[in-house]
Design a protein around this ligand. Structure first.
Ligand code: NA7
Length: 537
């Protein structure tokens, strides 16, 4: 990158998760002086922070791993079909070692502001200690679910026992043996925690506000032979991921629900149910998430599976989601989650019937009783997608604040560039492909790599996405999901978090199209020589 003055770095990256790591790899390939600034004390992002008991992938390990380096694919052995957090964190450290990027990281540092400097055309970042860093380019690799939220229940800070949000779990092991444990939240995280805590807690109370659809994970260890087979098939697996809408190695069944006779479609659902992973969600009939009648039919079928597994019929009914259909929110994968409610030491409190009034010094007071706990666990989720961007003060050209620009919902070009914010990228930020995330990260970071390479080759030091492209993409993002039942439901995917002021209204913070569409848009822009960008003006 040619510039008259030199900033401290060519590229600053905020966040050392999967997005940050792949960004460093690609930037180093371009010979750029790159620094990653990370709040945690090690790499991993979501796999560094979410070390709660039972944390593991909900997609197959071998499709989660990055595809860019054949040597890493050949040398890394996944231990299970759905890797546990500890093994995934180990994989991430292995990635860092193998790619030789260790010296790019600065841990234990939290960025509080990022200002574009008009005179030097550098980014100026400031951390919470007041230290400043300058760079030509800024890559935000903040992660879509980073800003954790505690419940907005009175008295949260009054509780005197051990309490912990799932994504701020202590590094030391927490024992539940002989303990009275309370858990608030039954999303994907709450389900995983419940399965673990129920094994040893003396008394375990699960507070559920909304029941969540959950289907069997069917995890298994991977033997040396399994890994050898996976390795032989890596190219085939990666091609399947690239050609499926959400980056998984399977896609929707091309048939519509009611085109298939009842008996045949139930046999199909039975076969999906017996398979591991999210195929029961992502590999189902193609109309299931747009056609209400089809969705009702499948939801009723899964509800019966829950009824078969829970001994107490009243408890089973409480565990069956009534307010949203199957797959209209993130589906959880579980291992004996429903059977947990058959255990003597486990109790379900339905907050729709008996709401929590307050958290006390000793536990939780509901409308009916005062409960005491030794440990309180909050699996209460995140301020989604743009939450992490709200925690940093971003200022672009002409004093434009990102907070203001995104006040009515995010605007971006391809989910990667924001008009008014030159030389800045938002990897896995709003409006970029979701699904199997490392797949989307590869698309995003390869885009950043190509754009910076294009600039370097031409001596450009400044880029800015134009408003026309941004309008086009934002309009596309707001329209592409039209008709999806998920858009009529409150969830982090529709930007709702009732614990955060201003996040009660449904928005479209993520991309509801396919990964294939995102790649097409990106490669078209690239192959046409970046018509929606201005360089070196
Ligand atoms: P989620 O999916 O946002 O789930 C949060 C859970 O916490 C959900 O059950 C909420 O109930 C519950 N919650 C949140 N606030 C409260 C209050 N104030 N009172 C009671 N219950 C509350 O977060 P997860 O961490 O489980 O999963 C996040 C993603 O990580 C997941 O989708 C995967 O992609 C991985 P609600 O449903 O809002 O009634």
């Amino acid at each position: 990158v040619n510039g008259k003055e030199q900033p401290d770095y060519d590229v600053l990256i905020i966040g050392a998760g999967m997005s940050g790591i792949f960004s460093v790899v690609r930037m180093k390939e371009l010979g750029l002086r790159t620094k990653v600034i990370e709040r945690g004390t090690g790499p991993g992002g979501v796999w560094y922070w979410n070390r709660y008991p039972g944390a593991r992938f909900d997609c197959e390990s071998y499709i989660y791993g990055f595809t860019f380096d054949r040597k890493i694919l050949d040398e890394w052995d996944w231990k299970e079909h759905f890797s546990a957090q500890k093994d995934t964190e180990e994989y991430i450290n292995f990635l860092v070692d193998q790619t030789g990027i260790q010296d790019a990281f600065q841990f234990d540092t939290e960025i509080k502001s990022a200002y574009w400097q008009e005179s030097s055309r550098f980014w100026l970042l400031t951390d919470t200690t007041g230290h400043c860093y300058t760079s030509r380019f800024l890559i935000n690799a903040l992660g879509p679910l980073t800003a954790h939220t505690l419940p907005n229940i009175p008295g949260v800070s009054d509780y005197k026992g051990l309490s912990c949000h799932s994504s701020r779990w202590p590094k030391e092991e927490v024992s539940f043996e002989g303990k009275r444990v309370g858990l608030i939240g039954t999303g994907a995280t709450g389900v995983q925690i419940a399965q673990e805590v129920a094994k040893t807690a003396e008394q375990f109370t699960i507070f559920q506000r909304t029941a969540n659809w959950a289907v069997p994970m069917r995890n298994k260890a991977l033997s040396a032979e399994d890994m050898a087979d996976i390795r032989r098939r890596y190219t085939e697996i990666h091609t399947a991921c690239k050609s499926s809408p959400q980056g998984f190695h399977f896609g929707p069944d091309p048939r519509n629900t009611f085109d298939i006779p009842k008996e045949e479609r139930e046999a199909f659902w039975e076969s999906l149910y017996s398979r591991p992973g999210l195929v029961k969600w992502v590999g189902n009939f193609k109309d299931l998430y747009r056609n209400q009648a089809a969705n009702d039919e499948y939801s009723a079928w899964v509800a019966n599976k829950i009824r078969q597994r829970v001994n107490n019929p009243a408890t089973a009914e409480k565990l069956i989601p009534k307010s949203h259909g199957f797959g209209t929110r993130r589906v959880s994968l579980e291992t004996n989650y429903f059977e947990v409610y058959n255990q003597e030491n486990v109790r379900l409190v339905d907050l729709k019937e008996t709401p929590i009034e307050k958290i006390t010094e000793k536990g939780i007071k509901t409308s009916e009783e005062d409960l005491e706990f030794d440990i309180l666990i909050y699996a209460t989720g995140f301020n989604p997608v743009i939450g992490a961007y709200e925690d940093i003060d971003y200022q672009g050209e002409n004093g434009l604040k990102l907070k203001e620009k995104w006040a009515d919902g995010p605007k971006s070009y391809l989910g990667l560039n924001v008009s008014g914010f030159p030389n800045m990228f938002t990897v896995l930020g709003p409006h970029h492909a979701a699904g199997n995330l490392p797949n989307s990260i590869e698309t995003a970071v390869n885009w950043v790599h190509q754009l910076i390479k294009y600039m370097s080759e031409r001596g450009f030091t400044y880029e800015m996405a134009d408003e026309e492209g941004e309008l086009e993409w934002t309009k596309h993002c707001n329209e592409v999901g039209k008709g999806l039942l998920a858009l009529n439901v409150d969830s982090w995917q529709t930007g709702v978090n009732h614990n955060v002021p201003g996040k009660q209204k449904r928005t479209i913070p993520r991309y509801f199209g396919t990964n294939i569409q995102v790649r097409q848009w990106c490669s078209e822009e690239e192959s046409r020589g970046y018509p929606h960008f201005r360089f070196n003006e």
